[in-house]
Design a protein around this ligand. Structure first.
Ligand code: 13P
Ligand code: SF4
Length: 337
């Protein structure tokens, strides 16, 4: 089921843009005119993070989307995040800059296959990572993000069997941390799966005092070397608070922009891929978004998320469960401000 409405044929396109257009000034004008709020994930380009009203991880962004008083939410992140905003705030117009900004985890988990997986384990509760389609959410019992997963799983009765989808690395990490057995879906994130443990060890030899901070979507070879494992927000909090001056960051490298703003006296090194470079640490979906596309999405009111009410209500249930079972929200330091 398609949840994205594309701009119509007459809508303004990138090729129509006047080269003298000042996207910052125009986005600001539209933000006021349309009573819009711009939400951006930490993996967005630095210039997008700097113009956003709020920058955060998946959980903080969902909470912001649920609470905003704006009429339009411009979601500069990937499609599943914009869908969550629409599910939680159906009366708002939710646009995303590029309709193709998907997620490899979502791609590895088609709803029909997931429905069969569930049906094969009828006594299991389906705990599903927020990085999935609205259809997969609708087939799940509780949604989690990497920042609330452990807290939520620890509230489940001890004898309750668990299915976890779609990220097998996050699932393996959570099973170890909570001591729970889980049946795992075989999905991975193309960004976090590409970091090389061999190259990481070499890098660490040259920077022996630099702690390694890793996202739990990384494979075990990386997590085995990590001094801190957590969501994007948790990695950011960790590097700001830790006394060390240099850090190796094993997650999408654009988060380093917030780190450098919040702790300019510290050095952040992106973890390497198998060729020793940090190029693998760019999310190809997140990087589809640009200032120009944000401007066009605000002018056109599209690409826009539209979800049938049946699907929205079914996907809302496990998301509400997540919000209910999450630890209380803490204020998010906004280095962007
Ligand atoms: P966070 O929930 O940590 O922001 O992660 C989202 C994501 O897509 C990681 O790849
Ligand atoms: Fe999806 Fe990976 Fe990109 Fe996160 S970094 S949005 S999990 S592809």
């Amino acid at each position: 089921m398609e949840t994205i409405i594309l701009p119509d044929a007459q809508a303004l396109k990138e090729t129509d843009l006047d080269p003298s257009l000042d996207p910052w000034a125009e986005i600001d004008r539209l933000r006021r005119e349309k009573n819009a709020v711009i939400l951006a994930h930490y993996y967005q380009d630095g210039e997008i993070q700097d113009l956003a009203d709020f920058v955060g991880d998946s959980l903080d962004l969902s909470r912001r989307a649920a609470a905003t008083g704006a009429d339009m939410i411009v979601f500069s992140g990937v499609r599943f995040m914009a869908e969550v905003a629409k599910i939680l705030s159906p009366e708002k117009t939710v646009v995303l800059p590029d309709a193709d900004a998907g997620c490899s985890l979502e791609e590895t988990c088609p709803p029909d296959d997931f429905a069969r997986f569930r049906a094969a384990h009828p006594d299991h509760i389906a705990i599903t990572y927020i990085n999935c389609s609205a259809e997969v959410k609708a087939l799940s019992d509780i949604i989690i993000t990497s920042s609330n997963a452990e807290h939520i799983i620890n509230q489940l009765p001890e004898r309750q069997p668990i299915l976890f989808a779609p990220d097998k690395h996050l699932g393996t990490y959570l099973a170890r941390k909570t001591g729970r057995e889980m049946v795992l879906w075989d999905g991975t994130c193309i960004v976090h799966d590409q970091f090389s443990a061999r190259e990481l060890v070499k890098l660490k030899t040259n920077h022996p005092d630099a702690p390694i901070a890793a996202h739990p979507e990384c494979h075990q070879g990386i997590l085995d070397h990590a001094d801190h494992i957590g969501s994007t927000r948790s990695i950011l909090d960790y590097v700001i608070a830790a006394p060390e001056r240099e850090f190796i960051i094993a997650t999408e490298r654009h988060i380093i922009h917030q780190m450098e703003k919040a702790a300019p006296e510290k050095t952040f090194i992106a973890a390497p891929g198998s060729d020793g470079s940090c190029n693998c640490a760019d999310c190809p979906f997140m990087e589809l978004n640009t200032l120009e596309k944000i401007y066009l999405a605000m002018v056109n009111g599209a690409p826009r998320v539209e979800i049938s009410e049946d699907l929205r209500l079914s996907a809302l249930k496990p998301l509400e469960k997540m919000l209910e079972m999450s630890p209380p929200a803490r204020s998010v330091p906004q280095a962007a401000e």
